[in-house]
Design a protein around this ligand. Structure first.
Ligand SMILES: [Zn+2]
Length: 466
């Protein structure tokens, strides 16, 4: 970090100035109730100032305030989209915290597909040497394994089931901290984010971001009634991201130029859209989760859809399915990114997968019992998914949301928005009690979703392994 040869008298005012700039950006960006949208030119200038000075933004402790959300000036092939260079010294508290066999199992069997991780991580007798800088092979981080017969508690904001206090019988989730992430944005953004299904001109559109919010609101009430402390990551059909599409334009252009050297106005717009509604949006949500809520788990609420053979003539599918996604299965290209490699190692060291797998197993069992959906099947030799524990409903995949949230994430992908049965139920909206749909008396699809999630959590947290 220290720039050798630089005059200290020059460095100090620069750092003070950088802190000032960072503070101003943070004031603008902190996603409180209504994030102020900064003027683009202003933000760009601040970003440029930081870049020019080459002074790192002061590290914000996880106990501290929410760090500013930034848009990098240019695309970097060493990082994931909009990613930031990680600080590997953050792994220092995890030295000698994991056994070698456990580290190797999680790395090779859960977190990666193929063995290109070996290009970046070398397993030695009592340590793993991890390359930290893609350009400079001499930059390594050496992680020592746990010594025989020793154990160590590692820093993390979330708690395992065993670490939670016993709960009163009428409030089985008392004290459990839950963040609910209603997938996508919905509302006026549903078309842009391609989460809007319109069967025909006369039908009501089905918008995933609206439906996930309906589930999230009811779920919050129900989980709170059982004693949980619940935060919604998104409370309306509006982005959490304080930036807008036009602010991602320069970055999108630089990415396309870097990858192909071919960019049209249209392709830049498409890429900027994606940076806004997906990557930037989830990065904004991850800041809330990791710095403000610090939950014991995140529930990612989604509805699935199958690809249309002919998008101009949409059809409804007979066969519906359900699966849950856990973080893992980093592809060769993902392990190659410095920031993804870092967070993968951090997740392994925090033991996130073990808790996530137990939780997801209980959650999937309850969901299947309530909704009766068959499992979605990935191809057996998928390059992007790894089956978890032989459970046909559980798959590891490296999604932005389940990667950036630094705690167990339970990610639901039930019902098809363009499935014959679910589509009819979605057209009925939310309602109390039972109604006659598709020849059967049914709860609303939203209540069924809420009940299934609730039962899974209650079963997991009361099944006393404590
Ligand atoms: Zn979704």
């Amino acid at each position: 970090m220290n720039k050798s040869g630089r005059n200290l008298a020059l460095e100090v005012p620069l750092i003070i100035f950088a802190i000032g700039v960072a503070f101003v950006v943070q004031m603008l960006m902190t996603p409180s109730k209504d994030p102020t949208v900064p003027h683009f030119a202003e933000v760009e200038k601040q970003e440029k100032d930081q870049e020019v000075m080459n002074v790192p933004v002061p590290k914000v402790d996880k106990e501290g305030e929410i760090p500013p959300l930034k848009i990098p000036l240019t695309y970097s092939e060493e990082l994931s989209d909009l990613g930031e260079k990680p600080d590997w010294t953050e792994l220092d508290p995890y030295q000698e915290a994991i056994r070698k066999d456990e580290f190797l199992y999680l790395l090779a069997e859960v977190f990666t597909v193929g063995d290109t991780w070996k290009n970046w991580i070398t397993i030695g007798e009592d340590s793993a040497v991890i390359r930290t800088d893609n350009q400079d092979e001499s930059q390594n981080y050496e992680l020592f394994f746990q010594k025989e017969g020793e154990s160590k508690k590692v820093p993390r904001y979330w708690r395992t089931r065993e670490e939670l206090a016993d709960t009163p019988s009428d409030r089985p989730l008392a004290g459990l901290r839950i963040a609910i992430d209603p997938g996508h944005i919905g509302g006026n953004y549903a078309a842009l984010e391609q989460r809007r299904f319109l069967l025909n001109e006369n039908a009501a559109p089905v918008q995933e971001g609206d439906m996930t919010l309906t589930v999230a609101n009811t779920l919050k009430d129900q989980l709170e009634a059982l004693g949980a402390i619940v935060n919604l990551v998104r409370e309306k059909t509006e982005p959490v991201n304080p930036f807008r599409v036009e602010q991602y334009q320069d970055y999108a252009y630089s990415k396309l130029e870097h990858n192909k050297g071919l960019s049209t106005q249209e392709s830049v717009k498409r890429e900027a859209d994606r940076m806004f509604y997906r990557v930037g949006e989830i990065r904004a949500r991850a800041r809330l989760v990791n710095y403000a809520f610090k939950p014991d788990l995140v529930l990612c609420i989604h509805f699935n859809a199958d690809a249309q053979p002919d998008p101009a003539n949409p059809v409804l599918f007979e066969q519906e399915h359900f699966h849950m996604l856990l973080n893992g299965a980093y592809t060769a290209g993902e392990v190659e990114h410095e920031d993804e490699r870092f967070i993968m190692i951090l997740k392994i060291l925090q033991g996130i997968h073990q808790e996530e797998a137990k939780l997801a197993n209980a959650a999937a069992t309850a969901f299947v019992r309530e909704a009766g959906l068959p499992p979605y099947e990935y191809e057996p030799n998928s390059r992007r998914a790894v089956n978890v524990d032989g459970n046909p409903y559980l798959w590891a995949r490296n999604l932005i949301a389940n990667r950036l949230y630094e705690c167990p994430v339970v990610y639901y992908e039930p019902y098809l928005m363009n499935g014959k049965d679910s589509y009819a139920r979605m057209q009925m909206g939310d309602y109390d009690g039972l109604r006659y749909v598709n020849g059967q008396l049914r709860r609303s699809i939203y209540r069924e979703y809420v009940d299934a999630v609730t039962e899974g959590l209650v079963e997991y947290y009361t099944e006393n392994a404590k």
